[in-house]
Design a protein around this ligand. Structure first.
Ligand code: ATP
Ligand SMILES: Nc1nc2c(ncn2[C@@H]2O[C@H](COP(=O)(O)O)[C@@H](O)[C@H]2O)c(=O)[nH]1
Ligand code: MG
Length: 215
């Protein structure tokens, strides 16, 4: 299925040379929740590939109409489409003075991460939120009570879990071999998990300070 591609000038992003963190984990693993905590403490830009896709669907564009079918099936959308959406959002953020990025829910496949790193820059770290399938399902079903997401239903959750195990789990091995993977046990409370996240980011930014936006 041919989906519209865009030409994006990455010069501002490459010149900024800010740290980039991939945030990886199964559906409902707490990526978005932990990213909110990280943004509050370090002032980074949080870009969720899923949220960017949902915004494209909400926009009513022809591209969005094609994407929603794939997302409702719990499958992965074409990687070029996701990368275009992320690139556009990153350039916009860096023009506003972003000092670093959390790329939430990305990459979903090894080749996706490789393409990002060759076209933009290597990731500084890959944070992997490690959660049992049972907990993932429980959290997504609980979220379904209020989220209104097209993919928060037991059928799609199961498909997303299969997609994660088949396509995304190899991502963790890939970055472990590159000594870039940080495996975070994510079964506990939100605060407990966040306390395991901060030491790794403090090593990059220094502790207790929001990364000051450019003047
Ligand atoms: N440590 C936790 N304990 C209990 N509930 C949690 C925890 N972390 C997140 N949640 C809840 O679980 C649900 C999924 O969390 P979140 O949306 O952050 O996951 P996600 O990894 O971004 O999921 P998706 O990939 O589907 O977007 C949310 O309703 C959230 O409030
Ligand atoms: N091929 C990819 N598809 C992606 C990616 N991120 C999201 N998606 C699609 O969106 C839904 C929802 O994502 P979520 O992060 O909110 O769970 C997901 O099931 C995929 O269909 C991506 O990086 N690559
Ligand atoms: Mg999320």
């Amino acid at each position: 299925m041919a989906i519209e591609r865009k030409q994006i000038d990455l010069t501002p992003l490459k010149n900024a040379n800010v740290p980039i963190f991939f945030i990886v984990g199964g559906p409902g693993s707490g990526k978005g929740t932990q990213c909110e905590r990280i943004v509050n403490k370090y002032g980074l830009s949080h870009l969720s590939s899923g949220d960017l896709l949902r915004a494209e669907v909400q926009s009513g564009s022809a591209r969005g109409a094609q994407l929603v079918k794939i997302m409702e099936a719990g499958e992965l959308v074409p990687l070029e489409v996701v990368l275009d959406l992320i690139k556009e959002a990153m350039v916009n953020e860096v023009k506003k003075g972003s000092k670093g990025f959390l790329i939430d829910g990305y990459p979903r496949e090894v080749k996706q991460g490789d393409q990002f790193e060759s076209e933009i820059q290597p990731a500084t770290l890959v944070l992997f939120f490690d959660v049992s399938e049972d907990t993932l399902v429980k959290r997504c079903l609980k979220r379904a009570e209020t989220s209104g997401r097209c993919d928060d239903n037991i059928e799609t959750i199961k498909k997303r879990l299969a997609t994660f195990n088949n396509a995304t789990a190899p991502v963790t091995d890939h970055y472990e071999k590159k000594h870039k993977l940080v495996r975070i046990a994510a079964e506990g409370t939100i605060d407990e998990i966040f306390s395991h996240v901060t030491p790794h980011l403090d090593r990059v930014f220094g502790s207790n300070q929001k990364v000051a936006a450019s003047a």
